[in-house]
Structures are given as structure tokens and as C-alpha cells.
Design a protein around this ligand. Structure first.
Ligand SMILES: NC(=O)c1ccc[n+]([C@@H]2O[C@H](COP(=O)([O-])OP(=O)(O)OC[C@H]3O[C@@H](n4cnc5c(N)ncnc54)[C@H](OP(=O)(O)O)[C@@H]3O)[C@@H](O)[C@H]2O)c1
Length: 332
């Protein structure tokens, strides 16, 4: 039987549970595209599955949510792709050599974009774009707050929000990270490592009459959620889209009435659930890259064998931009 290498885990836990196993290469099916993955993007959500914060359907579980590579074969009914095409895709279990995914979550890699850049930008780019378009539709002249602004998703949020005409207050935990956010378009910088009282005060000082921001984009979660409620202006929007510091505590919705704040906890996959939505936002995202409004920042490309180190670096706040995994190509 033809086998491939895959990063899996058979029990939840720290990075020690990660293992590289040989598994069967999936058989091509109707409407599906078999992709030889060259690079897989590493996302914070992968660590949630590994740690057990998010459940997985069964063990062993193959990690990874996106990849870029070359079409190996297409199933009956597939019209947009042919073997040899360079593609980028979303899917479950992409830290592996061959992924079998439905045609509707695959896109051609546009000319001028490297495969590793495509693997780096799809999920975080679509997340940033849909949050800025749908969770709260950013208007020119809005002042918004972006937390963890030097992270993978953060740096894309900053660049796209800039392209949309927003004034950006960026937070991060170090001066070096804040400088990177500034280079990508952040207008005001706040180091939030001094604690909630301080960063809330600093953020409010950058807003008109100290009234707060039109919208907060928060992938940090537990550590920043309470402060977010303080810096969101009356009738503003709080987009809480991640848990890098843990999930926010349970919330009594009546509290929103103090300032009539809108609170969302959106997930990308519900914004790009149809072919039309996936294609629309993917093309818009690639358009920003083509127009030089969005630069893809790769922190480091890790060989597949070093996946544990990649997770350690991401969870240890030691990275800026995106982590990418170079998939080990074995023998068929
Ligand atoms: N809802 C969705 O559909 C969706 C999709 C994609 C991503 N996300 C979320 O977006 C967030 C960012 O994801 P990413 O992959 O782009 O990661 P990332 O931002 O590159 O890395 C996470 C960053 O969060 C900050 N952070 C603050 N407190 C932390 C803590 N206790 N432990 C670790 N990091 C902490 C760190 O920056 P500082 O050192 O500057 O604090 C760190 O670099 C995650 O919460 C992820 O789940 C959500």
C-alpha cells in the first residue's frame, strides 16, 4: 500500500505528543482534488487541537488546516484544476504529504506568489479580511484596536485595515514587535505587557475625547477581554476571534447594555462556507498582495521533523508573522 508521512497525535498534551507516522495515501474521489503538499501553514488553532482546548473527532489525529502544493490527481467532476497546477487550500489534516480535499476549498496560486507564501497567507489572510469586512465592516476614518499586532493574523489585519483607511492602535508584548507593527502601518503603539489598567489607559489616550475605538480585533482572548470592554466606544464592536491566552471567561450578555456594544465570536469557516464566499474572499485577498498593499511575512520555514519546535515557538510568543512547515517528501 502506498503510504505518506503525516504529523499526528494519539493523545492530547504538550508538544511531546506530536509524532510523524506513515499513513495510507487517500484514494481520489468524485469532486475531490489530491494535492501533493509542499508547505503547510502553522496556525494557533493547531495548538488548540493538540492541547485539547478544541476536541478532535478521533485518534490518531492529523494536524494542520492549510497547505500549498501541486495537484497530483483530480476526481470525476472536477473542472477547475488539473495535475501539475500550483494550488493553495484549506482542509483538516494538512501536515502531510498528500491531502484530499473538495474542489471548493482550493484556489490556484496567483502568478508572482511563491508556494510558501501561499501556504502562509490563506487562513490568516481570509480571517483578517472577513473580520474586517463582515464582523465589523471597517470604514475610512475609523480608529480600531488590533491586539497581538505583530503575530501572523495581526500583521495582516494591520495591513488590510490600513488599506481600508482605518487609524490603527496596535498592541504587542515587546518594543521589537511594536516596531514591526509600525512598519506595516500601525499608527499608535501600546505595549500591553504592563497590565490591563495601563494598556487601557494608553489606548483610550489615542482615541477622540478618550471615548474608545470603533472596533477591537482580539485574538488574545482571556487576558485582554475585560480591557476590550473598557476601550470599545459606545455602540462600538468587539470582535473576539481567538484564545492565544486562553478562552475568555463566561460572559453575561446584559453587560453589553452599558454602552450598547456589539460582541462577536466569529470563526473563518462560517464566513467562507460556500464556493462563492471562498472564491470571493480569496480573490480579494490575492488582489491586495498584487497591489502591494499586503506583504506576506514568514517568520521561519520549519522542516516537518521540527514541528514540535514550531509549536513551542508559537505558543511561547517567540514569533512574528507566519510559521510554515516544509513537508517531508517520502517514498511512494
Ligand atoms: N476565529 C477564527 O476563525 C480564527 C482564524 C485564525 C486565527 N484565529 C486566532 O487568531 C489568533 C492569532 O493566531 P495566529 O495563528 O495568527 O497566532 P499569532 O498571532 O502569530 O501568535 C499568537 C500571539 O498572541 C499573543 N499572545 C498574547 N498572549 C499570549 C499567550 N498567553 N500565549 C501565547 N501567545 C499570546 C503573542 O503576541 P505578543 O507577544 O505580542 O502578545 C503571540 O505572538 C489566535 O487566537 C487564533 O486562534 C482565529
Amino acid at each position: 500500500m502506498a503510504t505518506e508521512k503525516a504529523v499526528q497525535f494519539s493523545k492530547t498534551g504538550g508538544t511531546e505528543v506530536l509524532e510523524i507516522n506513515d499513513i495510507p495515501i487517500p484514494k481520489i474521489e468524485k469532486g475531490q482534488v489530491l494535492i501533493k503538499t509542499v508547505y503547510a501553514g502553522v496556525n494557533f488553532i493547531d495548538t488548540y487541537f493538540r492541547s485539547g482546548l478544541y476536541p478532535v473527532p478521533a485518534f490518531p489525529h492529523t494536524l494542520g488546516s492549510e497547505g500549498a502544493g501541486i495537484v497530483e490527481a483530480v476526481g470525476d467532476g472536477v473542472t477547475k484544476f488539473k495535475p501539475g497546477d500550483n494550488v493553495v487550500y484549506m482542509g483538516s489534516g494538512t501536515y502531510r504529504e498528500y491531502s484530499l480535499v473538495p474542489e471548493r476549498v482550493v484556489s490556484h496560486v496567483p502568478d508572482g506568489l511563491k508556494l510558501e507564501e501561499a501556504a502562509a497567507v490563506l487562513i490568516q489572510g481570509l480571517t483578517a479580511l472577513t473580520m474586517l469586512r463582515e464582523s465589523y465592516s471597517v470604514n475610512k476614518g475609523d480608529t480600531i484596536l488590533i491586539h497581538a499586532a505583530a503575530g501572523g493574523t495581526g500583521l495582516i489585519l494591520v495591513q488590510l485595515a490600513k488599506a481600508l483607511g482605518a487609524t490603527i492602535i496596535a498592541t504587542a508584548s515587546t518594543a521589537e514587535k511594536l516596531e514591526i507593527a509600525k512598519q506595516h502601518g500601525a499608527d499608535y503603539l501600546v505595549n500591553y505587557s504592563g497590565g490591563e489598567d495601563q494598556w487601557v489607559k494608553d489606548v483610550l489616550a489615542y482615541t477622540k475625547n478618550g471615548e474608545g475605538v470603533e472596533a477591537v480585533y482580539d485574538g488574545v482572548g482571556k487576558a485582554t477581554f475585560e480591557g476590550d470592554l473598557k476601550v470599545t466606544k459606545r455602540k462600538g464592536t468587539l470582535v473576539s476571534f481567538g484564545n492565544a491566552s486562553g478562552s475568555p471567561d463566561p460572559f453575561v450578555i446584559g453587560r453589553l447594555g452599558d454602552k450598547n456594544i456589539k460582541l462577536l465570536r466569529p470563526r473563518l469557516f462560517a464566513y467562507v462556507a460556500t464556493q462563492e464566499e471562498f472564491d470571493h474572499y480569496t480573490q480579494e485577498l490575492f488582489g491586495y498582495i498584487k497591489n502591494n498593499q499586503l506583504k506576506v511575512n514568514i517568520h521561519k520555514i520549519y522542516p516537518m521533523q521540527d514541528i514540535a519546535q514550531a509549536h513551542k515557538d508559537l505558543e511561547g510568543r517567540a514569533t512574528t508573522g507566519k510559521l510554515v512547515l516544509k513537508i517531508l517528501q517520502g517514498q511512494k
